[in-house]
Each structure stands twice: as C-alpha cells, then as structure tokens.
Design a protein around this ligand. Sequence first.
Ligand code: NDP
Length: 317
Amino acid sequence: MKQMADVGFGMWKVAPEDCERVVMEAIKAGYRHFDCAADYGNEEAVGAGIRAAIEAGLVTREDLWITSKLWNTFHHPDHVEAACRKSLSDLGLDYLDLYLIHFPIALEYVPIETRYPPEWIFDPEADAPEMRRAPVPLHATWAAMEALVDLGLTHQIGVCNYNSGLLHDLMAYAVKKPSVLQIEAHPYLTQEKLIRLAGDYGLKVTAFSPLGALSYLELDMAKQGESVLTEPVVRDIADAHGKTAAQVVLRWGVQRGTAIIPKSSNPGRMRENLAITDFRLTDEEMAAIAALNANRRFNDPGVFCEQAFGLFNPIYD
Ligand code: NDP
C-alpha cells in the first residue's frame, strides 16, 4: 500500500494565482504529499499545478499523495459525497489518497452552487451575518466518509482536530477505521497524550502548523515574540548541527513520529524544509525542544470563532 511521506506540503493560504507555480516548485523540490482542503479556496489552482507537473513528466498520479478535507457545512450524510466529488473535480483527480473531516464542527449546509467554499458564516450578505451550527452527529458523518472508500473516491479516511474523547468515541463506532489524525503540533503545543493515544489506536498523526506561530502572524492570531524559531535552545541546537532553526523544529516533528506538512511559497524554504533527513537530534535535544511546551494553541475555534464570527465555539476544553 502507498505510504504517506513524512514531510508533506501544506496548501493553506497559498493564493490561487500562486498555486500552479508553488505546486510545480514543490514537486521539483521533491515533495510528493500535498495537504489540501475545500476550505483553502484553491483546489482548482492546485489541480492545475498537479496536472502541469504530470504533463511535464515530473511525476505520475501514483507518485503523489493527495489529501483533502470535508468542510464543516457538508457534514450531513446527504452532502458528504457531493463535497468529496467537488474537491476531486477541482483537483482534477479521480481519487484522493486521504479524505479528512476538517473540524468536529457541523455548520448549516450551504449548497455548492450558492457559495464555494462556504467558509464559516452562513450568509455573509445578511444584515446580521452569523455562524450557524447544524445538529449533525459525527458518527453520521463518519458513516458517509466510509461510503466514499467503498465508492473508490478516496483510499483512506481520517479526522482533524479531534481531542482524545472524540477519538475514543470514533474508534468505538467506526466500521472502517481512520488512518490519520491531523492536529496542530509544534514545540509550544506538543500534545503528547493525544499523540500517544492515536498511536495506541494505530493512527498516524500529522502535525499541522509544524512551525508554530509563523502561519498565524499574518492573521493576527500570534505575536512576533511567539516564534519558536527564536528560542535560544532551538538556535543552539541548530548551530550545533549546522542547520536552520526551522529545520531543527521540523526534524523534531518527524523524529517524534509525526508527519509534518509545512507550507512555504518560497522555493529556497521549500528545499530547506525537506532537507531534514541528513541529521539526527540526540535524546537530550529532543527533550529540550519538547520542554518548550506551553500548551499554546494558535488555531483554536474556542478563540477565533468568537472573535471573527461572533459565536463562542470551543471544541478542546
Ligand atoms: P507552517 O507551520 O507550515 O508555517 C507556514 C509559515 O512559515 C509561512 O508563513 C511560511 O512563509 C513560513 N515558513 C515556512 N518555512 C519556513 C522556514 N524554513 N523558515 C522560516 N519561515 C518559514 O503553518 P501552516 O499553518 O501553513 O501549516 C501547514 C499546513 O497544515 C497548512 O498549509 C495546511 O495544509 C495544514 N493545516 C491544517 C489545519 C487543519 O485544521 N487541519 C489547520 C492549519 C493548517 P513562506 O511561505 O513565506 O515561506
């Protein structure tokens, strides 16, 4: 069976007009695993990049691992297949390697023809725009995800942003088991218990935002001083290995057994983020980086849903 590469490439916040170039550059740099989502609003453009790379003879479809994600508004079992087919047609693919539930948050359905991607607000044009929850249980969504595997639309299924309680529950009702849990993880949010539990259940964990604050500066969800790359301990370890601070943080992620999916629009940093297999951190270095944990979550619906969409909506607490 095809393996998901430990270092993948994240597509969140890559502008559609940049996607074709970025995907081509990333494939040239050696990336084969791409982390996509309907909500990123760029799957058609990502698809153009994939197609261009295949047509240029750089890769075949079988060489690539393509992940996409079911958006919150499509959780009802009646809408899961259509959402998956939309991602497939935008990406220009006839199957996904992995399809994930993006958040354990069901929102009111917005038809694809009405607005796509629907994002968080039910109707942004309304007099009082609001984020509207939908009463769809996750077990019903999961059964519809399982049906996608039977249809051959995706080879594997999994979840994002589940905590340990939701994971126990999922493992109790899943007929087809999830293969991947994708969660925020970096040295400021090490998530040891959740990662251990996922491992006990046989899931691979993918760490998103593996560089921590960097992705959240432009969204005003982190402050400059919160970058793990400026931590003296990380810089000292980087100097000792002749590597960059980013490479040390990413190496730590892979060496602890998680997959990582760093995003970069810059070809030099794309290559830098892949070049982490030619050195090994010592146990002491691994522990020193893990000791930076501050349970600092940058991507927290319990914070941003209220700030940005006016609905208090914690999921981890
Ligand atoms: P990352 O940790 O990948 O950080 C990306 C930021 O770091 C960008 O600003 C990038 O800038 C910069 N950067 C990248 N490499 C370097 C480097 N070597 N040195 C210095 N700066 C660097 O954050 P993301 O939030 O993008 O997470 C990665 C992926 O995870 C996403 O793209 C998405 O696919 C996925 N994700 C999934 C979520 C989920 O809910 N399932 C939530 C959030 C993310 P530049 O481009 O200029 O290099």
